[in-house]
Design a protein around this ligand. Structure first.
Ligand SMILES: [Fe+2]
Ligand SMILES: [Fe+2]
Length: 267
């Protein structure tokens, strides 16, 4: 069994020092084997924000896996955004935008869904294209079936109805079909700053809220998720910060039958 902590939207530049302390205390209790961070590491993609984020990552006493989000592209320095969009990410955080790791229990593949521009006004929107889908499918096809298959992308493959204005990841329908066929177990994301989960085409979609930033949606505290289990049974735990402490808000169990995941016990 593996224990994974899923953090998101840390937004360094708008981080809250006390919340980081509270998070680290909570992680110490959960003792994750791996920490996954699903994008929006910074607020404005400024150098000092990346530097602060890197200090946080370097001091994490757990292995971590990270992908970028739309906020990790500069919104103001347009030459940087259009011509050197990932220069700072590569300089401060990682040479990889779409990392992949595998151990004896799981395979984790990252997709960079942030785009420097698009044929729309809202450049915070994201996309997964055909080349990325093929790359992910090929990657998982080479994986032992007994391993938990995790895809990490910043933008959402599903949204609660009240948040549909935030836009699903572009290419969602084609992607979810292919990912379901490829036996992906769980897709982890962020971007909306609320935690939620949903089963789509037999795949578990799980989003974390903003874990340590003050960019909170009204009524939504800082939060992160814990994923425990294996390729047959999973428990997803959502933790929220209340009174300077992360506490369990919700716990959901899932079981896999054939290629599809279901809530457990079945409703
Ligand atoms: Fe965000
Ligand atoms: Fe975002």
């Amino acid at each position: 069994m593996i224990t994974i902590a899923h953090l998101s939207d840390l937004h360094f530049g708008r981080e809250q020092t006390q919340v980081i302390h509270n998070l680290l205390a909570s992680l110490q209790e959960q003792r994750p084997d791996l920490v996954i961070i699903s994008g929006d590491l910074t607020q404005r993609a400024r150098s000092y924000e990346f530097q602060q984020a890197k200090i946080f990552l370097d001091n994490l006493p757990y292995p971590y896996f990270i992908i970028p989000g739309n906020h990790d592209l500069s919104a103001h320095k347009l030459i940087e955004r259009f011509f050197f969009p990932w220069k700072k990410w590569k300089q401060y955080i990682s040479p990889q935008l779409e990392p992949c790791i595998e151990n004896d229990q799981c395979k984790v593949v990252g997709v960079n869904s942030a785009r420097r521009l698009g044929l729309y006004l809202d450049w915070s929107r994201g996309r997964i294209n055909s080349k990325q889908i093929s790359h992910v499918v090929e990657n998982f096809n080479q994986t032992n079936e007994k391993k938990l298959r995790i895809l990490v992308a910043h933008h959402p493959f599903w949204l609660p109805t009240v948040y549909l204005r935030r836009q699903l990841i572009g290419g969602r329908d084609k992607a979810i079909e292919a990912l379901s066929q490829a036996g992906v177990d769980i897709i982890l994301g962020g971007h909306i700053h609320i935690p939620f989960m949903k089963i789509l085409r037999g795949v578990i979609i799980s989003h974390a809220g903003t874990t340590v930033s003050d960019r909170l949606i009204e009524g939504q505290p800082n939060s992160y998720n814990i994923i425990k289990g294996d390729s047959k049974k999973l428990t997803l735990i959502s933790l929220e910060q209340e009174n300077q402490e992360f506490t369990i808000r919700q716990e959901s169990k899932f079981i896999k039958t054939g290629k599809h995941w279901h809530p457990y016990p079945k409703k």
